[in-house]
Design a protein around this ligand. Sequence first.
Ligand code: ZN
Length: 302
Amino acid sequence: MISRLIHNERTARNAKPYCQCWNQNRPRLWESSGGCACGEHADISEWRWEMPESTGTSWVMMCPDQKQVTFHPFYSSGTAAVKGDTPLVRDYHYYWEIKMLTEPYGTDIMVGLGTNKVNMADSLFTFTSFLGRNGESYGLSYTGALRHNASVTRDNVGFCKGSIIGVKVDLWQGTLEFYINRKSQGISFYNLRRHQALYPMICSTAAQSSMRLIYAASWQASLLVDAAKILAASVNGEKSLFLPPGLKHTLKSQFWLTLPNHKCILDVDEETPELSPSSPSKPDSSMSLSSGLKRKHWHRRW
Ligand SMILES: [Zn+2]
């Protein structure tokens, strides 16, 4: 009975795949080879996953391109985690995307980031929500839970097999924003600039769970990038035909600049809860969970 309640809580979220491929009955081989390539048109990968030195292949297996990771390939006895091979640099904008290739289940599967103080191998024999256990990491769970500094909010839809989870880190302003299937979930955390070194991270407790890094780009914060964002937001449809080819190419390869901000999504997505008009309009200067996903109202367009 209890397990059924827990199961219901974990699956009640309205998580959806990015494309319809994952709704069909495909042979298992199709999934184990990585499934579809939808949403993977931009072949940019500025960093890869790093095979953890202290973790054996019983916990983590990695494709030779170091983009696709399978956790617990045989059976699971705890929590495995991997991080990116390159630290994030201050004053850069980052956006990366991960495709969930298997159905998430169990204690936790998370996408996020953490500092160089996170011990990647300290939970190999413990089933835990690895990211966000303390102030050194941040994580979004497949259940929709957002975790940081041992605090949890559950205002998110979470993700399932076939979902694309996007992570946008603005190390100019110090903000972290998650995307599900290229829809913004709002800024979740502030004040990330206080960390010395941050790395992308993923973790899982589930046997034979796989994820693939499908895109990883960055752009140094500048007036140029701000201008590109504003231009991208104002150009769509036929208007884009009049763009210079170089700029058109840039906006295609750096497509994340054109992803709508949260305010736009609220205007069109009826499933999203209503705004709280009484909320303050400035982001917290202190690090905080935006339980505050109800505080969806900032005025900055990008
Ligand atoms: Zn597809």
